[in-house]
Design a protein around this ligand. Structure first.
Ligand code: ZN
Ligand code: ZN
Ligand code: ZN
Length: 486
């Protein structure tokens, strides 16, 4: 399959890039790309399938190396080609090396087996990708050397020989181009993979495309119907022939100077996008309530208090102390509310944690109030078709529905659906989950409008049945970055 929608071109300032070779509509798949190679994070190795990257309760362990885990035989068979040599190497070494070393080895085994180009649609080789080894900070270079050393111990002695420079190149590529793989619900980062075409797509803080992971259909009992995990580059808006295609490597919800700093540190470039150079939306992100009545000192104090409290909140969340998280959020909001505007990032961050943690604890009505304010703020800041916005709107809709605010919940779920149809597409498992919840809410809404009493009894029964829409445990917010970076 050759790509007919895009071509590689030389940008003036950003090296190579991709541009559209014809007009594209919003929500279109520009290309789908299977991973060149991918691995599950060390810390999640027993909890995530090494073939389809779903988080599952019960996984089967590879009897040979006792390291890799799979949903079932279908996944194990599908993953064997990638795992075969790794399995022997782990068995021989007695222990699996870290995820970077495992990924580097999988990349080199893949090149040995299939060459640098594994399909007609692949627009670049791994060798051509940027590694930024010469830009690395001394500490990162030290880590790279340790990884190269571990790699040489892990790599089979009778295998093809690779020099230190070419191994370093692979580690450099993983460092700045390793794509974060999330679990099937899009809630947790579970692994890292390399997708060569995606590496060609340059960054823009206000991009015209998004990239999502599609886990494929792993449930098919018959391996014939077992489709591969892959990423999809999807358009967020209409794009004209000749326009450059861009994605955002980081979350937009940082002021321009912070975004530029993060991009410089992790991806080694200075962002010159319009939103950065013109500081667009910075004022909203730092908004102050009735600014003429508030002194700079007030704002400074509340901001400092927010930064400190957010650190404590994160700590309590990592420890799973959700009661403490709730308490800290309420304290922080009390200080923030008289001073900070509705779209202020510090306020929105607290609202986001508060709504998620409280709905996890089944404090639905308090959570619903926070969720609604959070989504309203996010809608004023994000691109209307931002994937993060779609996911946040979906979670808020579920929370409102759980709080019994059936009309508001239903309308929020419809909004989320509108966004996810563009960002994820109709066949994605998250969109399908959302559609099921939305239909349930729609049915309840009709019933509510016709007969309130019947509605309440139905609702009670639905909540008892532990519907699919029960939220997962709030996890560390670590999937906001596209590429894993440092
Ligand atoms: Zn699986
Ligand atoms: Zn094995
Ligand atoms: Zn920018």
């Amino acid at each position: 399959m050759t790509l007919v929608t895009v071509e590689v071109f030389d940008t003036e300032k950003k090296g190579r890039g991709l541009r559209a070779t014809k007009d594209l509509a919003a929500g279109q798949v520009v290309f789908a790309e299977p991973s060149f190679a991918a691995v599950v994070f060390d810390s999640l190795s027993p909890q995530v399938c090494h073939s389809c990257f779903r988080r599952q309760e019960k996984l089967h362990r590879c009897a040979q190396c006792r390291f890799a885990h799979y949903c079932d035989r279908t996944c194990q068979r599908a993953g064997w080609e990638e795992h075969k040599q790794e399995c022997t190497a782990i068995k021989k070494r007695g222990k699996a090396p870290n995820e970077n070393v495992r990924l580097a080895a999988r990349i080199l085994w893949r090149i040995e087996k299939s060459g640098s180009i594994i399909s007609d649609g692949q627009l670049t080789t791994v060798e051509q990708l940027q590694d930024h080894v010469t830009d690395m900070a001394p500490n990162d270079l030290k880590e790279l050397k340790v990884n190269v050393h571990d790699f040489l111990n892990y790599w089979p002695h009778n295998g093809q020989k690779h020099g230190v420079d070419s191994i370093s190149h692979i580690f450099g590529v993983i460092n700045c181009n390793g794509f974060t793989l999330s679990d099937q619900r899009g809630l947790q980062a579970v692994g890292v993979g390399l997708f060569p075409n995606l590496c060609l797509v340059n960054h823009n803080c206000w991009p015209n495309c998004t990239v999502i992971l599609n886990h494929g259909n792993q449930m098919a009992l018959n391996a014939l119907f077992h489709t591969q995990r892959r990423i999809e580059l999807r358009t967020l808006e209409k794009i004209s022939e000749g326009d450059e295609l861009t994605v955002s490597y980081i979350d937009f919800l940082n002021v321009s100077s912070d975004r530029q700093r993060i991009l410089r540190q992790q991806y080694f470039f200075d962002c010159t996008c319009q939103h950065c150079t013109e500081h667009l939306k910075d004022d909203l992100m730092m908004a102050v309530k009735d600014s003429n009545k508030k002194s700079d000192q007030d704002v400074k104090e509340v901001t400092e208090f927010s930064v400190k409290t957010l650190e404590k909140i994160e700590q309590a969340r990592i420890e799973g102390n959700y009661e403490e998280v709730g308490k800290l959020c309420r304290q922080c909001l009390e200080q923030q509310e008289p001073v900070l505007g509705d779209t202020n990032l510090y306020l929105l961050r607290v609202l986001s944690v508060a709504s998620e943690v409280l709905s996890y604890r089944h404090d639905f009505s308090e959570a619903a109030g926070y969720a609604r304010r959070m989504v309203e703020g996010h809608m004023k800041l994000y691109h209307p078709n931002n994937a993060q916005l779609g996911m946040a709107t979906m979670r808020a809709g579920v929370t409102l529905w759980q709080a019994g605010q059936i009309e508001a919940g239903h309308s929020m779920l419809c909004k989320a659906n509108g966004i996810l149809m563009i960002t994820h597409g109709p066949s994605h498992s998250i969109t399908k989950d959302l559609e099921a919840i939305r239909l349930q809410a729609e049915m309840e809404l009709q019933m509510f409008q016709q007969n309130e009493a019947a509605y309440y009894s139905l609702r009670e029964a639905a909540l008892k049945r532990q519907p699919i829409s029960n939220l997962a445990e709030p996890l560390e917010d670590n999937i906001r970055k596209l590429f894993r970076g440092k």
